[in-house]
Design a protein around this ligand. Structure first.
Ligand code: ADP
Length: 367
């Protein structure tokens, strides 16, 4: 049973299966150790098992097998004590619609039994005014609800924050403000564990990142090594097919489609570092239109791990090694330590449902 209090969070072979016969293996033998004072990102595409992990850590779900501790407390036996000490933002956060924002926050704070220390600081950072707090929550936009959720999770200045997709529904400016708030807390010695499907936000603020997919830990990374997942999708229209474009390093899945007199349409995936040169070559072929967009985490995974691994994903070598080692030895894709079965997300649609349509109580599953 893990109970090492030097770790804010520790899981050992933690598994959670759903379905009558446990056929949905949402989480499979997860081993994680998050130290006190870390800002730790839990990254994975939708359906990867992030919420299941988080809900198990809070004691809302019981593990099928394995064990976990939060602040040295067992997630099954001590869940009430854990919830008292942890600031938690659930995914697709929904609140009691009939209350005003202020009533809701006061209610949650009273339940926590802890004083509000940071409400005004967080409200200010997230541009939540007193006027907004007086309005009933049913009139709130999705972003406002999410902000209320963040205030609720953070206002008592808990030693550990566990946030499930905290930037969902926030506009880019507010996402930045939230990131600043999290950095500030960690600067003061708190621990933050948050899930995300956005490489960019994890990259910006975290020291370490666990990447999950299909319920399994694919890699445990120092944030520097995430750079290889930074991919872009490019669509371009050029007057004529550029010469030797296939030979360009960092460009993959290159496709050409002739569009008659309009020109040639080009689509490909590109590593961020290869883009400036690639665009120069497009320009020399008479560039007429260009679209560059960030690849989704799923696409980045596929392009890194390779589409030939249709049913398997190769696990990076630094999986489950301590930070000091991962920092010194970033992943090399040639080494394979284990095969991970790739499984489509089952039963639930991949996209998260909007908060407003979910009931206020716990939404995903039961014990
Ligand atoms: P994420 O948070 O990474 O999007 P989840 O933990 O929500 O992933 O889901 C992991 C897997 O478990 C998905 O395949 C999802 O469909 C499934 N799942 C989640 N909740 C339930 C549930 N209550 N019943 C059955 N399957 C579920």
């Amino acid at each position: 049973m893990p109970n090492d209090s030097t770790f804010a969070i520790q899981t050992q072979a933690l598994s959670k299966h759903y379905g009558r016969n446990g056929e949905i293996k949402a989480l499979q033998s997860l081993n994680l150790e998050i130290r006190q004072g870390e800002l730790f990102g839990f990254l994975g595409p939708n359906g990867a098992g992030k919420s299941t992990t988080i809900r198990t850590l809070l004691g809302f779900l019981h593990p099928t097998s394995g064990s976990a501790s939060v602040l040295g407390l067992d997630v099954v036996k001590d869940s009430v004590a854990i919830r008292r000490r942890v600031g938690y933002l659930p995914s697709g956060f929904a609140v009691y619609d009939y209350m005003s924002g202020r009533e809701y926050l006061d209610h949650m704070r009273a339940l926590s039994g802890r004083p509000s220390l940071l409400r005004h600081r967080i409200m200010e950072a997230l541009e939540l005014s007193d006027t907004i707090l007086k309005r009933p929550v049913r009139d709130y936009s999705r972003g406002m609800r999410q902000k209320i959720g963040v205030v609720q999770a953070m206002e008592t200045d808990p030693e550990l924050l566990i946030l499930d997709e905290p930037s969902e529904g926030l506009d880019p400016l507010m996402q930045r403000s939230l990131q600043e708030l999290l950095l500030e807390r960690v600067g003061l010695g708190r621990t933050v564990f948050f899930s995300s499907h956005l490489i960019s936000e994890v990259e910006r603020i975290c020291s370490r990142v666990a990447i999950v997919r299909g319920g399994q830990l694919v890699a445990l990374e120092s944030v520097e090594s995430l750079v290889r997942f930074r991919r872009r999708r490019i669509e371009a229209l050029v007057a004529r097919k550029p010469l030797r474009l296939t030979a360009t390093a960092g460009i993959s899945n290159l496709k050409f489609t002739s569009e008659g007199k309009t020109g040639v349409r080009i689509s490909c995936d590109a590593e961020a570092a290869a883009i400036p040169n690639f665009i120069k070559r497009l320009q020399s072929a008479g560039l007429r239109d260009l679209l560059v967009e960030a690849a989704s985490l799923e696409e980045a995974f596929m392009s890194y791990y390779g589409s030939s691994t249709r049913n398997t994903v190769q696990m990076a070598p630094e999986v489950a090694t301590p930070l000091s080692r991962t920092r010194r030895a970033p992943a090399k894709r040639t080494t394979t330590t284990r095969k991970v079965t790739k499984r489509p997300a089952a039963k639930r649609p991949a996209a998260k449902r909007p908060a407003a349509k979910r009931p206020a109580a716990k939404r995903k599953g039961s014990r």
